[in-house]
Design a protein around this ligand. Structure first.
Ligand code: ZN
Length: 471
């Protein structure tokens, strides 16, 4: 069939316009990631990094295993080698000169959906905040779309600040909500631990088993925990959750002694009765234990998620972190969702150091600068039982790391970089973030994310939640 010249011109114009739209679309959101050497699977070398904190004392000097002017070679999803003048033939090169390289942060406690309630009930303590911003959502029509939007925003924020592993204690208000939450985690390409808030309801238990098969088992970046809340009034749910955790061979994860009121609810007794005081149990907060309770937790190798910004915001108190460290307990750092209102682990490190110094009026109070850097990385991996795979730049471990640029107004000049790393770093200094060998942040930008769309979706979800919460 013949076409008229006018029709041909029309078709050509349309094709050019469509092409322009496609190219514009690529420029906004869908950046090419795979195939350029930084999308995972290949070899990448960070060349001549001015400072490398390996967190492995065998690899360098001091407790943090420091190296100067060193290379870090990634091969596929693992760290191949760390040292000077590495043979890195064929590897893509990131210029490390003037930069600091350290493991990605391990956030041991968060609630990703809670970015949707940032700023909520800012004048309340934990019980008031829960009552106004969280508990009314049980039984309410919150959706998978809501969960996805909140978790999506949070994960983009986390990657931007150098967090490579996140523990998401999900309230899992309904199965659709949990699924949306898990889909956002998978799409983030972060390493994650999903703490599925469970109960004694057989339908919920079955939903957990199904989620494990659908979302956790097929994804090498995914891990599962069972989330619960110990108290004498909630014992049947705790007991069933502990049994489910054992059935699935995963840890239990609980909020423990967060507020002064918690002790009176029989939390420790409930854990004892459910035989849940086991190595691997993750206890969030532990702000108000007695010395005897700390001894008991330490004796059972219970791990602690310390969330200083959340504890400050909710007027919960100051966790006895020095007493935990003296007992050689495993302690990591957490952001704790909406009560913290930030995803910035550098901010959490400053709070963890500053709170104890202020409490004891002692600049030598634990954690020290070196200790808090370890807590945010290898210490967090130990809390989650993942320290054989992540937390340090030990060759053979997974390639989860961040590259910090100190040559910026808020960080320069170079006086005492290790101290400045804790006291000066802002998320904008984090230039590169690798998870499993894949660059999720590159040259200061989180890769492949349409930020404006993420914010629009989060706003829609936050507006929806607002309708479901009391004034
Ligand atoms: Zn929490």
């Amino acid at each position: 069939m013949r076409r008229s010249p006018a029709f041909t011109m029309f078709a050509l114009t349309l094709a050019v316009l469509l092409g322009a739209v496609v190219i514009a679309g690529l420029g906004r959101g869908a950046e090419p990631v795979a195939g350029d050497g930084f999308g995972g699977g290949g070899r990448v070398v960070v060349r001549d990094a001015s400072l490398v904190l390996t967190m492995d004392p065998k690899l360098g000097t001091g407790a943090l295993g420091q190296l100067a002017d060193a290379d870090v070679l990634l091969d596929g999803n693992r760290i191949k080698a760390v040292g000077k003048d590495l043979d890195a033939g064929g590897a893509k090169v990131v210029d490390g000169r003037g930069k600091i390289v350290l493991p990605g942060f391990v956030d041991v406690h968060n609630h990703l959906w809670q970015s949707l309630i940032r700023g909520c009930a800012a004048d309340d303590n934990v019980d008031g905040w829960l009552g106004r911003c969280v508990l009314p959502l049980y039984g309410a029509p919150v959706t998978g779309q809501d969960a996805y939007a909140g978790a999506r925003l949070s994960t983009v924020d986390l990657v931007g600040t150098g967090v490579t592993t996140v523990t998401d204690w999900s309230h899992a208000f309904n199965t659709g909500f949990a699924d949306g939450n898990l889909r956002a985690l998978a799409d983030s390409k972060m390493r994650f631990v999903f703490s599925y808030g469970a109960s004694a309801d057989p339908a919920v238990q079955e939903a957990v088993r199904t989620a494990k098969k659908r979302f956790i088992d097929p994804n090498p970046l995914a891990n599962l925990e069972i989330g619960s809340h110990p108290s004498s009034g909630n014992f049947s749910n705790l007991d069933a959750s502990e049994k489910l955790a054992r059935e699935l061979g995963v840890p239990l994860n609980v909020h423990l002694l967060e507020s002064k009121n918690d002790a009176a609810t029989g939390q420790m007794d409930a854990l004892r009765k459910a035989d849940a005081l086991q190595p691997g149990l993750v206890a969030n907060h532990v702000v108000h234990p007695t010395d005897a309770e700390l001894d008991e937790l330490a004796a059972h190798d219970v791990r602690v998620a310390h969330n200083p910004l959340s504890n400050m915001r909710l007027a919960s108190g100051i966790a006895p972190v020095p007493d935990m460290l003296k007992r050689h307990m495993k302690v990591g750092l957490g952001l704790d969702g909406g009560t913290n209102d930030t995803s910035d682990m550098y901010n959490v490190m400053r709070a963890a150091v500053g709170l104890q110094r202020a409490k004891y009026v002692d600049p030598a109070a634990q954690p020290t600068v070196a200790e808090v850097l370890r807590m945010a990385t290898l210490g967090g991996a130990e809390v989650l039982g993942l320290d054989r795979e992540i937390g340090s730049l030990t060759p053979g471990k997974k390639a989860d790391l961040q590259i910090v640029d100190p040559q910026q107004i808020n960080f320069a000049p170079n006086v005492a970089w290790l101290n400045q790393l804790v006291f000066n770093t802002q998320p904008s200094n984090v230039q590169w973030v690798f998870v499993d060998g894949r660059a999720l942040k590159r040259d200061g930008r989180v890769v492949g994310v349409d930020t404006a769309q993420v914010i629009r979706d989060a706003q829609a979800a936050a507006d929806h939640l607002k309708q479901l919460l009391p004034e």
